[in-house]
Design a binder for this molecule. Structure first.
Ligand code: TXA
Ligand code: MG
Length: 335
């Protein structure tokens, strides 16, 4: 595995020799880890099923769970998906940014069936993080990229975390520092005239509803039997090795603590390890720190990570969604 470390504040990173080498790797059908503003992505050419197959194998991800394709612009996305008025409104308001749109797939789209898990819809995103956008443009192909973590485990927001999980499967890791948003994109499906929230994420629900001028229907309350769901929204996900206990009012013996806000829980001084996601109760700061904090607390070997209550407003909906899945009962591993 080769590594390209770049500084986004310096002009000219696009001209580095490594940029050509990463594109060569993508063109050769290999896997590269690329940062976005949300989390690091495990990227490959979305038009080649042999390349996408490597993504599923590296992550241990079931092939019924489709991938998001990353493109440089809305215009490029309209070659692959059919955008109704609502989809256009959201794309124009929030792209580039942490929003994924699931739309009907155009018959002439070159995105392979493995990337869409054979569905007649496609998940498209124009990320704000410039590296993924630049590489999709430079390579001239949509980049399929799930979060760069072992399937079911905590997503990654640093190149070191990616390397720890997936280093052996990568031909390149691009390190542009920690991700600024820190939580995955919000996913909205626009396939049947009813905008549906498939996954809360980096754009708060309220901002989307303001642009749409109406409420988003939750995917968990389908109005039709064939209403779209995100197949990847399995109940146990984002799981650290430790068990996770939510809405803690006190810290029990032997627990690690994921704190939030200025209030100190009784027993906090005896926690095995403590990270406060945001002492000033700033939900954007908390989202940006969430996955790295879970990974860090997990290294202390506590059996339980207890989590202080986090409010449901703004990015709190996405943070609580990830924590609820981290706390869900785990599937029993095959013996
Ligand atoms: O921020 C993000 O979205 C990151 C970065 C790398 O872009 N990517 C990401 O990908 O979170 P992943 O694979 O971890 O999550 C994608 C979710 C899955 O739950 C999948 O089921 C859903 O998107 N999805 C993809 N295509 C879909 C489709 N056609 N219909 C419904 N859900 C879809
Ligand atoms: Mg993921």
């Amino acid at each position: 595995m080769r590594k390209w470390t770049l500084d986004l504040t310096q002009d000219g990173w696009q001209n580095a020799a490594e940029a050509d080498a990463v594109c060569d790797a993508i063109e050769a059908g290999e896997l590269v880890a690329v940062p976005t503003e949300t989390v690091y992505g495990l990227a490959a050419d979305a038009t080649r099923s042999s390349a996408c197959a490597k993504i599923f194998a590296a992550k241990g991800r079931p092939q019924f769970n489709p991938l998001i394709s990353h493109l440089p612009s809305l215009e490029a996305c309209t070659e692959h998906g059919i955008f109704d008025e609502d989809a256009l409104k959201l794309a124009r308001a929030f792209w580039p940014g942490p929003l994924t749109l699931v739309v009907p797939k155009k018959p002439q789209s070159t995105i392979c069936d493995l990337a869409t898990a054979g569905l007649d819809t496609v998940a498209l995103r124009v990320p704000a993080g410039p590296v993924m956008r630049f590489l999709a443009e430079k390579c001239g192909t949509p980049l399929a990229a799930p979060s760069a973590n072992i399937s079911g485990k905590v997503s990654t927001t640093t190149a070191d975390a990616v390397t720890a999980d997936l280093g052996a499967s990568l031909s390149f890791v691009v390190d542009a520092g920690p991700c600024s948003v820190g939580i995955e994109s919000t996913i909205v499906a626009l396939v049947d005239g009813t905008p549906r929230l498939l996954r809360p994420g980096g754009i708060p629900r309220k901002d989307l509803e303001t642009v749409l001028g109406r409420a988003l229907i939750d995917a968990s309350t389908p109005t039709k039997p064939d209403a779209p769901q995100a197949p990847g929204m399995l109940s146990s996900h984002y799981a650290p090795s430790a068990a996770v206990r939510l809405d803690a009012r006190t810290v029990q013996d032997g627990e690690a603590l994921l704190a939030f806000g200025p209030h100190r829980l009784p027993g906090a001084d005896d926690a095995i390890c403590e990270i406060n996601l945001s002492p000033s109760s700033d939900l954007e700061e908390a989202a940006a720190r969430l996955f790295a904090a879970l990974r860090h607390l997990d290294t202390y070997g506590a059996e339980i990570i207890c989590v202080q209550t986090i409010p449901m407003e703004g990015l709190g909906e996405a943070i609580n969604d990830r924590l609820k899945r981290a706390a869900a009962p785990r599937p029993i591993p095959p013996s």
